[in-house]
Design a protein around this ligand. Structure first.
Ligand SMILES: NC(=O)c1ccc[n+]([C@@H]2O[C@H](COP(=O)([O-])OP(=O)(O)OC[C@H]3O[C@@H](n4cnc5c(N)ncnc54)[C@H](OP(=O)(O)O)[C@@H]3O)[C@@H](O)[C@H]2O)c1
Length: 264
C-alpha cells in the first residue's frame, strides 16, 4: 500500500514531546504527515528523519497557533487538502502557577492555544471529514480535565473544555463515519513541565510516563475504538463509573420544579 492510500495526518505541536512521537508512530504506520509548530528547525529535523526512515511524505507548516493569521493558514489546509484523514489537536502548554502568581496575559494565551486553536481546526476539518464519510480527530486533553484543581486552574479549565467538546462531538458525529478520541495523559516526561515552571525532575519518578509509552497506549486505545483513553489509570472501571454517574444524573438536571431541599 502506498503512503497516499493511508491518508495524511495533520499534527499540531509536532516539534517535540507527545506530538513528535505521534509523528513518528503515524509515519511508521505509513501515513503522510503535515507537522505544525513554531520551531522550523525542529520540524525540519523530524521531517528529514521520518522521510528517510519510513519513506512517507512529510510537510512542515510553521505557525504560531495563538496568532489568528497563522491559525487561518492551518484551517485553510484542513479545508482544501482532501488527503487529510486525521487531525491530532496536540499543541498546548500549561502552568503550575496559582492565580495570584500567574500572569493574566499568559493565561489568555493558554486559552488561545489550548481552546481556540483546537476549536477552529476542528471546525475546519469536520465538514470535510463528514462529506468524505471518514476521518479521525484525536484531541489531547489531560487528567486535569477531571481534576482542574491539580495544577493551574486556567490550564485545568482549558483541558475540561477539550474533554467536554470531544464528548459533544462524539455524539454529534455518531453515524457519520467520523471518529473522535480524547486522550487524557497524566504527567508525561516532556518539555511541558519546564514551560509550566515545574521541571519534571521535581516530580516523583513513578508518576511520570514517557511520551513514547503514552502515545503507544493512546494508539492502542484508538485501534480498539475507544473514545476516552487514560493511559495511566490502572483500573479503567473507575473512569467508567465516573461516566456512568454523569449519565445517571443527566436526565434529572433540568426541571420546572425546585428541588425539595431548596424549598422554603
Ligand atoms: N507533558 C504532560 O505531562 C502532559 C500531560 C497532560 C497533557 N499534556 C498535553 O499534551 C500536549 C503536548 O504537550 P507535550 O507534553 O508534548 O509538551 P511539549 O513538549 O512542550 O510540546 C508542546 C508542543 O506544542 C507546540 N506549541 C506550543 N505553543 C505553540 C504555539 N503557540 N503555536 C504552535 N505550536 C505551539 C510546541 O512547538 P513549538 O514550540 O515549536 O511551537 C510543541 O511542539 C499539550 O496539549 C499538553 O497540554 C501534557
Amino acid at each position: 500500500m502506498t503512503s497516499q492510500t493511508k491518508g495524511t495526518v495533520l499534527i499540531t505541536g509536532a516539534s517535540s514531546g507527545i506530538g513528535a512521537v505521534y509523528a513518528d508512530r503515524f509515519a511508521a504506520r505509513g501515513h503522510d504527515l503535515i507537522l505544525v509548530a513554531r520551531n522550523q528547525d525542529r520540524l525540519n529535523a523530524i521531517a528529514d528523519r521520518l522521510t528517510t526512515r519510513h519513506g512517507v511524505k512529510v510537510t512542515t507548516l510553521v505557525a504560531d497557533l495563538t496568532a489568528r493569521d497563522d491559525l487561518a493558514k492551518v484551517e485553510a489546509v484542513l479545508k482544501t487538502d482532501a488527503s487529510i484523514t486525521h487531525l491530532v489537536n496536540n499543541a498546548g502548554f500549561g502552568s503550575a502557577a496559582p492565580l495570584a502568581q500567574a500572569d493574566v496575559d499568559e493565561m489568555e494565551k493558554m486559552v488561545a492555544i489550548n481552546v481556540t486553536a483546537p476549536l477552529r481546526l476542528t471546525y475546519a476539518a469536520v465538514p470535510q471529514f463528514v462529506a468524505r464519510k471518514q476521518g479521525t480527530i484525536i484531541n489531547i486533553a489531560s487528567i486535569v480535565a477531571i481534576g482542574p484543581e491539580v495544577l493551574n486552574g486556567v490550564y485545568g479549565g482549558t483541558k475540561s473544555f477539550v474533554l467536554a467538546f470531544s464528548q459533544s462531538l462524539r455524539k454529534e458525529l455518531a453515524g457519520t463515519g467520523v471518529r473522535v478520541q480524547v486522550v487524557l495523559p497524566g504527567a508525561t516526561g516532556t518539555e511541558f513541565w519546564d514551560i509550566a515552571g515545574l521541571p519534571a525532575s521535581n516530580l516523583p519518578k513513578e508518576w511520570v510516563m514517557s511520551a513514547a509509552d503514552l502515545v503507544d497506549a493512546a494508539l492502542r486505545g484508538l485501534d480498539r475504538g475507544e473514545f476516552a483513553t487514560v493511559p495511566s489509570l490502572a483500573d479503567g472501571a473507575e473512569f467508567d463509573a465516573w461516566e456512568a454517574a454523569r449519565q445517571t444524573m443527566l436526565p434529572h438536571l433540568s426541571s420546572a420544579a425546585v428541588a425539595e431541599r431548596y424549598r422554603a
